[in-house]
Design a protein around this ligand. Structure first.
Ligand code: ZN
Length: 455
């Protein structure tokens, strides 16, 4: 088990899942948020990566470079290996786990959207055995049937018939219930119990059969969750600073605010003066957490009080002029769980993620199999970018130089944990009454974000 496992920033699903399969931080893979403004394209357009058709179009239009670096499916194919994806996330997230699967002749199967299945034959066999692909459930209702459908599809069809070298089984729960019921709500607890049972089915198969065939298991999550406790007047603050706000580029709009929990603000005229004006107004508000802008020097951004955005690995042509997280504290929420952020558009009491609170950044990382030490609780920092190089390492494929993550050799049976030293750094920046910290930790050449906070 990896005790110090972290995700990336923004701690959002499609950004983290892209890091999971590329082994790189968002400044390299370019999926800088679940949603973002593609400013390099002409005209700039709003991209929602949950839209699988849009992702496919963008990849074609960009000559196959929608994602800036190769992902696991492509790397495995180049090495004569196969990758299957079974996911009950949004159609876009499911596609992005292996976005070139169709061209590569690899299997992707959705728990909800038969249209994105890349193998008609496999979909037909799965539906013949299990019935039609389940429809999405209404918001606020646990999404259970799709999780059992995909687990059965893996155990009864994909594994026995294809035996892929790598299979990704991605459960969209308990994320959905955390968002729409609350992170400790009865429906969410039901979803967690249900997912545990599905994972238990995989574990039973692995113990009975998989382990003796040399199969390794990796259990991971893309992010944590915290509960919204107050509403932030983000729009009002920016309007009062003289910036007319809107959700997309339009005449008369000065600031495009990407909806969701990650604060991403694109200015129509992104001069340093305009960025400073917006940030100066924001950092006076009680909801303003960590803020990032283009780098001015090694640590500080162009706006006083802000950090340089390269510190959080989001310095990319698609990145917002101002990235921020809502302030979050360490008080307990109504469910007794630590961590309460503000939010501009999620209701109080619901679960969110995307920011840099330690509970959003901490994620699950458990590995098991013939080449993995058993019973080890590793205290060496690790991150979501480490899984792809580690999985390749288990298959004796060397780590491509595009990857920022490292092979977690310390958990291998022949690895030595004591040789790895974690070097922790805390950066601080301030302006007037605003003060923020960011904690990073390095292991060799790999840097991880631990958390950040504004005080
Ligand atoms: Zn989510």
């Amino acid at each position: 088990m990896l005790a110090r496992q972290r995700t990336i920033y923004p701690s959002e699903t499609r950004t983290a899942l892209t890091s999971l399969v590329t082994g790189t931080t968002p400044d390299r893979h370019g999926v800088v948020g679940n949603k973002y403004l593609d400013r390099p394209s002409a005209p700039p357009c709003f991209i929602d990566t949950s839209d699988d058709g849009l992702i496919e179009d963008l990849d074609i239009e960009s000559g196959g470079h929608f994602v800036g670096v190769p992902s696991l499916g492509e790397i495995l194919a180049a090495n004569g290996r196969t990758c299957s994806v079974l996911a009950s996330n949004s159609a876009g997230a499911t596609s992005m786990l292996n976005h070139k699967a169709r061209t590569l002749g690899q299997v992707t199967l959705s728990g909800h959207f038969p249209r994105i299945a890349t193998s008609a034959a496999i979909l037909e066999r799965v539906e013949a055995l299990l019935g039609p692909t389940p429809a999405p459930t209404p918001q606020g209702t646990p999404d259970l049937v799709a999780q059992a459908f995909l687990t059965s599809a893996f155990l009864d069809v994909v594994w026995p018939q294809i035996q892929p070298d790598v299979a990704i089984l991605s459960f969209g729960e308990p994320d959905i219930s955390c968002h729409y019921s609350g992170i400790g709500a009865p429906g969410t607890l039901e979803a967690i119990g249900f997912i545990d049972n599905q994972f238990g089915r995989v574990l039973d198969w692995w113990e009975a059969e998989g382990i003796s065939q040399g199969v390794h298991l990796v259990a991971a999550s893309d992010h944590g969750h915290v509960t919204v406790h107050a509403r932030a007047d983000l729009f009002e603050t920016l309007e009062a600073a003289g910036l007319r706000c809107g959700p997309a580029p339009a005449p008369g709009i000065d600031a495009i605010i990407i909806p969701g929990q990650v604060g991403a603000i694109y200015l129509s005229e992104p001069s340093d003066a305009a960025i400073r004006r917006a940030v100066a107004a924001m950092i006076e508000r009680p909801w303003c957490g960590p803020v990032f802008t283009a780098g001015r020097d090694g640590v500080e951004g162009v706006a006083p009080g802000s950090f340089a955005r390269h510190l959080v690995f989001v310095d990319h042509a698609r990145s917002a002029d101002i990235l921020f997280s809502f302030r979050a504290d360490d008080a307990v929420d109504p469910f007794g769980l630590v961590g309460r952020p503000w939010s501009a558009d999620w209701p109080v009491g619901f679960g969110v993620h995307g920011g840099l609170h330690a509970k959003e950044m901490s994620s699950v990382g458990i590995l098991a199999g013939p080449l993995i030490k058993s019973g080890l609780v590793s205290q060496v920092p690790s991150g979501v970018c480490d899984f792809a190089p580690t999985v390749l390492g288990l298959l004796s494929i060397s780590r491509p130089s595009t990857m920022t993550g490292r092979v977690l050799a310390e958990v291998f049976t022949d690895g030595v944990e004591e040789e790895l030293r974690a070097v922790e750094t805390v950066h601080e920046t301030s302006d007037r009454g605003y003060l923020q910290h960011i904690r990073r930790v390095e292991v060799g050449a790999t840097a991880y974000l631990d958390s950040a906070e504004a005080l």
